[in-house]
Design a binder for this molecule. Structure first.
Ligand code: BJW
Length: 254
């Protein structure tokens, strides 16, 4: 594989940063074999559009189908492994004074790669709660073909993720917004930059004066306003960035 050249100005910004913020999206997990959100789903699920399954209205209308889609994704994620890009982010956190990692992904791959204190902006596939009262149910035995009922209130159990039209968990939103206003380098990795409020974080950081970076093989609209755009997959760009930052720190060039 050809080496990816990282702009020296970007390396210096990261190596000298006080606070690096990273927001990841579905493209971050693509090289682990987890399809991006808008990639065609395979097999049984190819006739459904994810945007039409990830809503409270879809669950109310057909809970069994929506639950089965999430069970299929849980199986897929349980078999997936973090890749070199996930590991590079975990390692980068040890090189800079502060790194805030916000993920829109619900797959837990950052934590499995060693990242700590990850802000799960859209929840987690394995954290269930009941539909009506939000009672938390972490340990639903699997496999589980149909949504179980809540032992406390009897309502159906749903995946603990944030669907379209639902609010982002308050603490995740507050931490992410505060970090975006405080960071000096902001990396947007593997996201279409279309789904709000997550997509707004990059603009918050840019308006507050951060150096902004997009890593995406298919540049999005944000690439046009970012300080740097690396048109490469996360599994290649992040290890290359990490190696350049390590080199700069070792040679005192930060
Ligand atoms: C690679 C790669 C590789 C490939 N390496 N890259 C402002 C304007 C208009 C609308 C709105 C607005 N504000 C809010 C809205 C409404 C809505 C919204 O944003 N709609 C837009 C579509 C327009 N937002 C909401 O509804 C949010 N809630 C909200 O605003 O609540 C308000 C409220 C307040 C108070 C009370 C009540 C309500 C909630 C959004 C929740 C999104 N949830 C989902 C599902 C999560 C659960 C699940 O997984 O099932 O989150 S939707 C889906 O989109 C998922 C993702 O996290 C999210 C983002 O997708 P992402 O990551 O960008 O993935 P893709 O697939 O789109 O793109 C992948 C990218 O990777 C591509 O660019 C590839 O090129 C790239 N890639 N391989 C690097 N190897």
């Amino acid at each position: 594989m050809q080496d990816l050249s990282i702009p020296q100005a970007l390396v210096s910004s990261v190596a000298g940063a006080r606070h690096v913020m990273v927001v990841t999206g579905a493209g971050m997990s693509a090289e682990s074999g987890v399809p991006t959100f808008r990639d065609a789903q395979t097999g049984l699920w190819s006739r459904f559009r994810p945007e039409e399954l990830a809503t409270p209205e879809a669950f109310e209308a057909d809970p069994d189908t929506v639950w089965a889609w999430y069970e299929w994704r849980r199986d897929l994620v349980a078999r997936a492994e973090p890749h070199a890009g996930h590991r590079a982010l975990a390692e980068l956190a040890g090189l800079v004074p502060r790194l805030t990692l916000v993920t829109q992904n619900v797959d837990g791959l950052h934590e499995r790669a060693g990242s700590r204190d990850v802000v799960e902006f859209h929840g987690n596939l394995f954290a269930n709660r009941c539909f009506l009262a939000g009672h938390a149910l972490r340990d639903v035995p699997r496999p589980c073909a149909k949504p179980p009922t809540c032992p406390t209130c009897g309502s159906l159990v749903r995946p603990g993720v944030v669907w379209f039209g639902e609010a982002i968990p308050e603490s995740a939103l507050a931490r992410a917004a505060a970090s975006a206003g405080d960071c000096d380098v902001f990396l947007s990795v593997g996201t279409s930059s279309l789904v709000y409020p997550a997509a707004g974080l990059a603009h918050l950081a840019r308006d507050a004066g951060a150096v902004t970076v997009e890593i995406n093989p298919e540049p999005t609209e944000f690439a046009g306003v970012a300080t740097h755009a690396l048109a490469a997959p996360a599994g290649r760009a992040l290890p290359a960035l990490l190696a350049s930052v390590q080199q700069a720190l070792a040679s005192g060039r930060a």
